[in-house]
Ligand binder design. Structure first.
Ligand SMILES: [Zn+2]
Ligand SMILES: [Zn+2]
Length: 248
């Protein structure tokens, strides 16, 4: 097994434990992790396998080859230090994520995303509840960024796994503030508002890593205690679980 993947996998599991402890210590709201735990574990086992296959398919398949052929930047840029290229790829990918996420909240595309918004008890583990189609489409912008900057498949795989940690972070029930940096990077409370059913929070706070897209394009709402504690999600009818899991 690739050593980078092994390190990343261990890191993901390790951060899960840290998020769990921090949630116990400084929670944003009272969350009942056990309420939908069995459903979450079942769904997340399925989606994790799907996401793994999707990620491998994206990284090894013809889509990446096509993107490299059509989007890879000039050689002089590809010679820039790897760290700089990764940051630029993530910025471009994150902007693409913001656009795709906004589109998913419109009309027929909502069907790909509704499953994620069914989460009622939001904690670090629960955010993995997404449809297969959602998981595929939302990764494409980051793949475009990676291909633009000539980042190798093995480094891209580490980035893909690290985005899992971002997912844990965004959904964690941790009361932490970044101060002024909250206008640039998302915090758990910023994304928690995205899941709120409160009227002034609907279709707000779409960002994944960066919150600045929401502030730039007028879709941000500042998190408050009442928004963080407001109702979220809904029960998925049993007959609808499979459809929502696929995302069609
Ligand atoms: Zn959403
Ligand atoms: Zn979410």
């Amino acid at each position: 097994m690739d050593i980078n993947l092994l390190i990343s996998g261990t890191l993901v599991l390790g951060t899960g434990g840290i998020f769990h402890l921090l949630e116990n210590k400084i929670p944003l709201e009272t969350v009942n992790r056990k309420k939908h735990f069995a459903f979450d574990v079942l769904v997340i086992c399925i989606t994790t396998v799907l996401v793994a296959f999707i990620s491998i398919w994206l990284l090894e398949g013809y889509i990446r080859e096509w993107l490299i052929l059509n989007f890879e930047l000039m050689n002089s840029i590809l010679l820039w230090p790897l760290g700089i290229r990764i940051i630029l790829a993530l910025i471009i990918g994150d902007f693409g994520y913001y656009v795709v996420h906004r589109l998913m909240h419109i009309g027929p595309f909502w069907r790909t995303h509704v499953f994620h918004h069914s989460i009622q008890e939001i904690y670090w583990f629960s955010g993995l509840r997404t449809s297969a189609l959602n998981s595929l489409v939302i990764r494409l912008p980051y793949l475009v960024g990676v291909c633009m900057f000539g980042i190798s498949a093995s480094v891209a795989a580490v980035i893909a796994i690290s985005l899992g940690i971002v997912n844990f972070w965004a959904h964690s029930n941790i009361n932490i503030s970044f101060g002024i940096l909250g206008y640039v990077f998302i915090t758990p409370s910023f994304h928690r508002v995205h899941h709120s059913m409160a009227e002034n929070a609907i279709d707000r706070n779409f960002g994944n890593i960066l919150s600045c897209w929401d502030y730039l394009f007028g879709t941000a709402v500042n998190p408050t205690k009442s928004l963080n504690e407001s109702d979220k999600g809904f029960e998925v009818p049993q007959e609808d679980v499979l459809r929502q899991l696929v995302g069609l």
